[in-house]
Ligand binder design. Structure first.
Ligand code: NAG
Ligand code: NAG
Ligand code: NAG
Ligand code: NAG
Length: 513
């Protein structure tokens, strides 16, 4: 009987069709039905496995009936779907967002004879309140047992959620960041054993955007010692919904110091995490070995339209995760900036180079047909050199189009306006006619005070991500064409004599084949 049960569960975990024309091939998306926030991201150093849980409705392609779905990967790109990890105990409760840590020192006492025990910390949403619970796993994060004395933090509020737990080296304690969502406050709690939590402080700041705060992440970054005492800073990422600066849901951050109990911001204004609309609730992995850069994954959608996008009807699933990203913290023009790059520079999925082009006045464009790349996912890297930084001029634009329907995504840099833009207006399966909040164009101000500017982008069937100026800005945009995009053009016009544009393009290998 036990064997039959296991087989049935494994079959459920594997029943997935990743062949639909809108299914991302190098991004994670759920086997079927609806996904939102990444949860419980942790790296198991012993087995070399990344674990990703996520907000999952296993029964319908819209939000509701929230569980923790689960997938594992050796490299952050090739994911294996696993059985659901945490399910509600009562029919009127849901398992909302949270985090997971490896309790190598058995601080919780749940792990008598092992150093790879995992504790998940999450919100249980009940009809009258949201409370914080824990569950422990003795098999490395595949199955969990709920703690008998839950909740570990009780409340009387319906807006108290999304605990993110990290280990604070200085005080040798666990620290939880959590959202008092409707009050627009982030609370910090401390614990020595993950079971008993003490409120340590509250953080908020005048001028922060958003109607409700969600999914806080407190992340320590190593920085150039010239910029900060002891060469480290803390960044507090806060996701807000609704009321993000670009509409609906979105994420911003503030930079400062955390001393074990209190976060002190030194940035007067919030910095936007992404300049487009589809990057929410990013979570940072716990357990990344010391000396390696922080790694995150976000949710590549927006609450304004996520339940209406066409993949639900045509392919039975909705929402993808962003690419796994590594980050650094540095300064640009005297302001703190978190940079983004695809983890491991896409190495696990990078396929054959499709070409390398050198554009210059007189030879202004290139075209590459990538219809033979079975994933229909490509990576492009563009570098503009020889910019006259005193009076920058001209434009470098890209267009990714469909040979069948002529639909396209486009974008580029207008040098005299110091502006980068991306647009999904040319894709037609879902548009601002279908949902007025599915706005089509996004812009980023960029500094052209240097003589060169670079950007790189991944286009993956229905998800587009672009990284500008060494990753100091990222733009994440979902899009829905009626037929696959399979041609890339890059053109340059009006550039300074003597300037050069290099374009390099690679096919990406699908991870679901
Ligand atoms: C883990 O904690 C439990 C409860 O305190 C204890 O019984 C057990 O000996 C501990 N195991 C180790 C390896 O420390
Ligand atoms: C922290 O903020 C929450 C939400 O506004 C509030 O209910 C709580 O009383 C605050 N705690 C302290 C100690 O100020
Ligand atoms: C942390 O900062 C708070 C607020 O400034 C202060 O009250 C507290 O004493 C500090 N704790 C330590 C360990 O320095
Ligand atoms: C757009 O978003 C706003 C705020 O989130 C909402 O009030 C409005 O109904 C939305 N409009 C559409 C067409 O979905």
């Amino acid at each position: 009987m036990q064997i039959a049960w296991i087989i049935c569960f494994m079959a459920a975990a594997q029943a997935a069709d990743y062949t639909g024309p809108l299914r991302p091939q190098v991004h994670f998306s759920p086997p079927v039905n609806f996904m939102n926030d990444p949860n419980g991201l942790f790296y198991d150093d012993r087995s070399g496995t990344y674990h990703m849980y996520y907000q999952y409705n296993p029964s319908e392609p819209v939000a509701g009936n929230q569980h923790w779905g689960h997938a594992t990967s050796p490299d952050l790109y090739h994911w294996t779907n696993q059985p659901i990890a945490i399910s509600p105990s009562e029919s009127d409760q849901y398992i909302f967002s949270g985090s997971a840590v490896v309790d190598a020192d058995n601080t919780s006492g749940f792990f008598p004879d092992q150093e790879d025990g995992v504790v998940a910390i999450y919100t249980v949403d009940s009809p009258d309140k949201e409370t914080q619970h824990i569950a422990y796993s003795r098999d490395g994060g595949y199955t969990f047992t709920k703690y008998a004395e839950n909740p570990v933090i009780d409340s009387t509020s319906k807006d108290f959620r999304d605990p993110q737990v990290t280990w604070h080296q200085g005080t040798q304690r666990w620290v939880m960041a959590i959202a008092y969502a409707a009050d627009r406050v982030i609370g910090f709690y401390i614990s020595s054993n993950l079971k008993e939590w003490e409120h340590a402080s509250n953080f908020t700041q005048a001028g922060l955007p958003g109607v409700e705060f969600e999914c806080p992440n407190l992340v320590e970054f190593p920085v150039d010692p010239v910029l900060a005492h002891e060469g480290r800073k803390h960044v507090l990422f806060i996701s807000v919904n609704p009321g993000a600066p670009l509409g609906g849901s979105g994420t911003f951050y503030v930079v400062g110091d955390f001393n074990g109990t209190h976060f002190e911001s030194e940035t007067p204004d919030a910095t936007l995490y992404d300049f487009a609309r589809d990057n929410y609730a990013a979570q940072w992995f716990s357990g990344i070995p010391a000396g390696q850069p922080p790694v995150s994954i976000g949710w590549a959608s927006n609450w304004d339209y996520t339940e209406e996008v066409p993949t639900g009807e045509t392919e039975g699933w909705r929402s993808a995760a962003t690419l796994p990203r590594t980050h650094t913290l540095g300064q640009v023009d005297g302001s703190w900036v978190v940079t983004h790059s695809p983890a491991d520079a896409l190495a696990p999925v990078k396929g054959a180079q499709l070409g390398s082009w050198d554009l210059q006045p007189g030879k202004n464009g290139m075209t590459v047909d990538f219809s033979h790349v079975s994933s229909k996912a490509v990576y492009l890297a563009v570098e503009i050199r020889g910019i006259n930084s005193l009076s920058p001029a001209g434009e470098v634009a890209f267009k990714i189009s469909s040979s069948t329907s002529g639909e396209s995504l486009d974008g580029g840099l207008r040098l005299e306006e110091n502006r980068f833009w991306i647009s999904r207006a040319g894709t037609h399966l879902f548009t601002s006619q279908d949902n007025g909040n599915f706005t089509s164009e996004f812009r980023a101000e960029v500094s052209a005070e240097k003589s060169s500017f670079s950007f790189s982008a991944v286009v993956d069937r229905s998800v587009f991500e672009v990284f500008l100026a060494d990753g100091s800005r990222s733009g994440t945009m979902s899009f829905f064409p009626t037929s696959p995009l399979d041609i890339l053009d890059v053109s340059a016009g009006g550039l300074e004599a003597g300037s050069r544009v290099s374009v390099d393009v690679w096919g990406l290998r699908g991870v679901w084949e």
